[in-house]
Design a protein around this ligand. Structure first.
Ligand SMILES: *[C@@H]1O[C@H](CO)[C@@H](O)[C@H](O)[C@H]1NC(C)=O
Ligand SMILES: *[C@@H]1O[C@H](CO)[C@@H](O)[C@H](O)[C@H]1NC(C)=O
Ligand SMILES: *[C@@H]1O[C@H](CO)[C@@H](O)[C@H](O)[C@H]1NC(C)=O
Ligand SMILES: *[C@@H]1O[C@H](CO)[C@@H](O)[C@H](O)[C@H]1NC(C)=O
Ligand SMILES: *[C@@H]1O[C@H](CO)[C@@H](O)[C@H](O)[C@H]1NC(C)=O
Ligand SMILES: *[C@@H]1O[C@H](CO)[C@@H](O)[C@H](O)[C@H]1NC(C)=O
Ligand SMILES: *[C@@H]1O[C@H](CO)[C@@H](O)[C@H](O)[C@H]1NC(C)=O
Length: 300
């Protein structure tokens, strides 16, 4: 199966944002930002090597690239013109479902999370569905501003020594406290809406074609060299990407998970070797995503 699949992706996002805590907070909030002109969004566009815009920002953070008060990060790559151009590429008009069943996971992959509870509540002449789920029991969406935070070995999600995109959140208590801030979070993405051209890179199909065998459950890292090879294998030109593209990577995780016995699915979350497969968290990945101006990336 060797083919190019481009399609229009329209995603609604019942997903939870994950904030990326970081090293000690420094003030003032922001020092340097690019003059951002929505009419000419790539004027003064910084190359990956030019990030961050100010040495006081976290490593490779995109702070200030879309202005000091921006909350959308890479979603700014989505423009009306880009959505119109994506519509022009529709050939078959076929909709492809990217959802998994709500009860696809017997045990949440993080077993500290409660499994889905799906109730049927009968009324008079009708029945309501009631779904109680931890939104992180399946897919979650990390911050779109893919370069907004960098990670150090001391990264901690339980302390105040954190820095958020554009320094818009100053205090960890604003994130975990009783009155959490709404300045940053997935609700900002929902407000904007995510629509555009989706490009599928079939890593699993490519790996099979070149006899690379791997377990999807051991933290296998897909790097930029792999993704370039996948694109070539699919017959895509080297300039396949357009600003605002939504990248979808077929890792083979779902295929391997669904191939497990029910028993193995149930015990998988307790496997001490369990790791998450996906794009490698490394400099080459960040540079690749940045230069392609992708707005989001999902893998599964
Ligand atoms: C991590 O924390 C330890 C102990 O506080 C410190 O010695 C070390 O320098 C820190 N490492 C980094 C990369 O910040
Ligand atoms: C966070 O750090 C402060 C001091 O920097 C410390 O007192 C506190 O115990 C830490 N909290 C957690 C949850 O680690
Ligand atoms: C992959 O393995 C199959 C069967 O062992 C073999 O026929 C094929 O040539 C191999 N392909 C590559 C690219 O190595
Ligand atoms: C990606 O990983 C492969 C090994 O699977 C390695 O040969 C290649 O150099 C890596 N590319 C980068 C940019 O690290
Ligand atoms: C890639 O380059 C070709 C030839 O120059 C051009 O026709 C095509 O529009 C380019 N594709 C993209 C996605 O920019
Ligand atoms: C599916 O499971 C069988 C039995 O464990 C195994 O031999 C096979 O390699 C698996 N296939 C995939 C695609 O993981
Ligand atoms: C993934 O990145 C780490 C550094 O963060 C590197 O050590 C490792 O070799 C990379 N793996 C691949 C497959 O490129």
């Amino acid at each position: 199966m060797k083919h190019q699949i481009n399609f229009l992706a329209i995603a609604s996002l019942p997903l939870l944002a994950t904030s990326h805590p970081h090293s000690p907070l420094t003030k003032p909030r922001i020092l340097t930002s690019r003059d951002f002109d929505a009419g000419d969004p790539y004027a003064n566009w910084p190359s990956y090597d030019q990030l961050p815009l100010d040495p006081s920002y976290p490593t490779k953070a995109a702070w200030g690239v879309w202005g000091a008060d921006d909350v959308q990060g890479a979603l700014n790559h989505i423009t009306n013109a880009m959505i119109l151009a994506a519509g022009d590429e529709i050939k078959l008009g076929r909709a492809i479902n990217l959802n998994m069943d709500l009860n696809a996971f017997i045990t949440p992959i993080n077993p500290n999370r409660k499994p889905l509870n799906h109730l049927f509540q009968p009324g008079s002449g009708y029945t309501d569905d009631v779904v109680v789920l931890n939104t992180k029991s399946a897919r979650s969406m990390m911050g779109f501003d893919i370069l907004s935070a960098s990670f150090s070995p001391n990264e901690t999600k339980t302390n105040c020594s954190s820095r958020w995109y554009n320094n818009l959140i100053e205090n960890f208590d604003q994130v975990v406290g009783p009155t959490p801030t709404e300045v940053l979070g997935i609700q900002q993405a929902a407000k904007k809406g995510i629509a555009g051209r989706g490009v599928l890179l079939d890593f699993a199909g490519w790996a099979e074609s070149v006899n690379i065998s791997y377990s999807a459950f051991t933290g296998f890292g897909i790097n930029s060299t792999h993704l370039d090879a996948v694109a070539t294998w699919q017959g895509l030109p080297t300039n396949w990407s357009k600003p605002g593209d939504i990248l979808l990577i077929r890792t083979g995780w779902t295929k391997q998970y669904l191939n497990l016995t029910a028993y193995d699915q149930e015990i998988l979350p307790w496997d001490p070797e369990l790791g998450s497969m996906g794009m490698n968290a490394s400099d080459d990945s960040l540079a690749w995503l940045w230069e392609k101006k992708l707005c989001a990336c999902w893998s599964g």
